[in-house]
Design a protein around this ligand. Structure first.
Ligand SMILES: [Cu+2]
Length: 130
């Protein structure tokens, strides 16, 4: 790269260098993972707003942060059937630290609180990652 630019530091190479830097910055921007706090300041609670995902653009590799009281809730990664029926199978990966960071997979990602009654009460979220 430096060899390519060396000796061509005239007025002509400046736009080229600028363009290369811009391309680099744009790529960095588009590939950088974004972190989303589920439910924003209220977190992963009974008052979780089902419209929280509205207007947000999620990508595979983005991170969801679930903040909650671990004595009250958990986060289970489930499939579409478990999501619909508010059940979790023993094979579901379950997080319970109260500050869980979960990376999104491409496609639709389903999360519920697996404590009986909580998902039915609205503690569930489906997130589409492109
Ligand atoms: Cu719960």
């Amino acid at each position: 790269m430096t060899g390519f630019l060396q000796g061509r530091c005239g007025a002509k190479s400046l736009p080229v260098a600028t363009a290369l830097i811009l391309i680099f910055l744009l790529q960095f921007r588009t590939t950088k993972a974004t972190t989303f706090t589920v439910g924003d300041t209220s977190g992963w609670t009974f008052t979780f707003n089902q419209n929280w995902t509205n207007g947000k653009k999620f990508k595979a590799g983005d991170i969801l942060v679930f903040n909650y009281d671990p004595s009250l809730h958990n986060v289970a990664v489930v499939d579409v059937n478990d999501y619909s029926s508010c059940s979790s199978s023993p094979s579901s990966k379950t997080y319970s630290t109260g500050k869980d960071k979960i990376k999104l997979s491409k496609g639709r990602n389903y999360f519920i609180c697996s404590i009986p009654g909580h998902c039915d009460g609205g503690l569930k979220v489906a997130v589409d990652a492109s």
